[in-house]
Design a protein around this ligand. Structure first.
Ligand code: AMP
Ligand code: GLY
Length: 423
């Protein structure tokens, strides 16, 4: 079987490494992938958003199955185009990917089907939004409707910040058309949990829970990033909470999407906040999370390719989705300056003994030499019977990776360990 994976980050590297465990797969192509994946996949110079070229490539190379991993191509309809060309795919079609593509859609869906989430108002007029803010509780949360490279959420601590956020989105259009409509919502507090779930349109099977670390610096300080590290499972996500989420959030979401004729297949990501009033949805993503995937897939004991095909064929109910009882940790190594300005082009040295535990996000090959080519360069992972050991191993592995200007957080998993110890 020939499989192609659309996307080029650490998440895609983790997916590709896991797919390789299935011996019926003879070749994996990454579109575009990155230089750091060269030992795991054949790199094809086609961008993640170039859907037409992806279809042409799939047809010309007799691709048997396609995995579309990033949000942009999913929201733009890559799965529709590939399926129309006869290529079975992992991922939601365009009608279902709107659950991430439009925050207005997802908030209205939750309201209509009584799925717990923050209270909110939608605005398409700047002056009305500014007027509403005068009486809104502060802090408040302002969200651009569409995709905004993960930066479309602003938590405003003062009325002035809130007004500036509205003006930058609706007047200055910092996120382009994504900010034509905005959501202003209630600020919630509580531990955050990410739960990814396989879905085939009828059945939903959650994966092991995880915890992201979004801020750039230790102690949750610094700017928001794409994610500086993850651990799984998330200790705040107890069996009772999992049951409650299944009943009040996961199944109602799948049923709601079916009722709207937007049946969801692929990986549905629930960004949850465990508030005093119970678990609430902060966001949906229509895809695997990054870097959540880098801790979730190493704990998957069942065969990923078989599960993916089951989501396409509608046979997930009969397919085993089993996770190990252990824990996993991923520490992201980034380029100094990220998420703002940073330098690239430094040689990347990874000791062979840990190559299997490194998921590369931002690297390119230059005359056969691997060089850094991104803010988040890679994630170093490991698994163990418990989180403390997994974290220790991941940080040990990190010493075997070297590149100039590297920085990472030293407290990934610290909060989770405290929660486990009941502190
Ligand atoms: P996102 O870019 O959608 O992943 O959101 C970024 C982060 O903003 C989330 O991980 C939360 O920490 C935070 N956030 C989003 N919505 C809310 C909310 N209603 N209340 C508190 N924090 C929020
Ligand atoms: N780690 C958050 C995301 O993938 O959106």
């Amino acid at each position: 079987m020939k499989v192609m994976v659309v996307g080029g980050g650490g998440r895609e590297h983790a997916i590709i490494k896991k797919l390789k465990e299935n011996k019926s797969i003879t070749e994996i192509f990454a579109l575009p992938g990155n230089g750091g994946m060269k030992d795991d996949a054949t790199l094809v110079n086609i961008g993640a958003k170039d859907i037409e070229a992806q279809v042409e490539f799939a047809k010309a190379n007799n691709i048997d199955y396609a995995v579309v991993a990033p949000d942009d191509p999913l929201v733009l309809g890559a799965v529709d185009a590939l399926s129309d060309a006869g290529i079975p795919c992992f991922g939601p079609n365009k009608r279902a990917a709107i659950i991430e593509g439009s925050k207005v859609f997802s908030k209205n869906l939750m309201k209509k089907y009584n799925i717990p989430t923050a209270e909110y108002e939608v605005f398409n007029d700047k002056d009305e939004a500014l007027k509403y803010l005068e009486t809104a509780p502060i802090p408040t949360v302002i969200k651009a409707d569409g995709l905004a490279l993960g930066k479309g959420v602003i938590i405003a601590e003062t009325l002035e910040d809130a007004k500036n956020a509205v003006i930058s989105m609706m007047e200055d259009k910092v996120f382009g058309e994504s900010g034509s409509n905005i959501v202003i919502e209630e600020f919630l507090t509580g531990p955050e949990v990410s739960v990814l779930a396989f879905c085939d349109g009828k059945t939903l099977k959650p994966m092991v829970s995880s915890m992201d670390h979004k801020r750039a610096l230790d102690g949750d300080k610094g700017l928001n990033t794409g994610g500086m590290g993850t651990v799984a499972p998330n200790p705040y996500y107890t069996k009772d909470i999992a049951k409650q989420c299944m009943e009040t959030i996961f199944l109602p979401t799948i049923n709601a999407m079916n009722s709207e004729n937007r049946s969801f297949k692929g990986c549905l990501y629930f960004g949850l906040m465990l508030t005093e009033k119970g678990p609430k949805v902060i966001e949906y993503n229509c895809r695997f999370g990054d870097p959540e995937t880098q801790v979730v897939l190493p704990l998957l004991e069942s065969d990923l390719f078989t599960i993916m095909q089951a989501t396409t064929n509608g046979t997930l109910a009969e397919t085993e989705v089993k996770f190990s009882k252990g824990a996993a940790a991923c520490v992201v190594m980034a380029s100094k300056g990220y998420p703002e300005k940073y330098e690239s082009g430094f040689e990347l040295k990874i000791d062979n003994s840990i190559a299997d535990k490194v998921y590369i996000a931002g690297a390119r090959l230059e005359d056969g030499i691997l060089k850094t080519a991104g803010g988040r360069v890679l994630g170093v992972t490991d698994t163990a019977e418990n989180l403390e050991t997994a974290l220790g191993k991941a940080y040990e592995n990190l010493k075997l990776v070297q590149f100039e200007n590297a920085f990472w957080r030293n407290d990934i998993g610290a909060k989770a360990l405290k929660a486990i110890k009941g502190e």
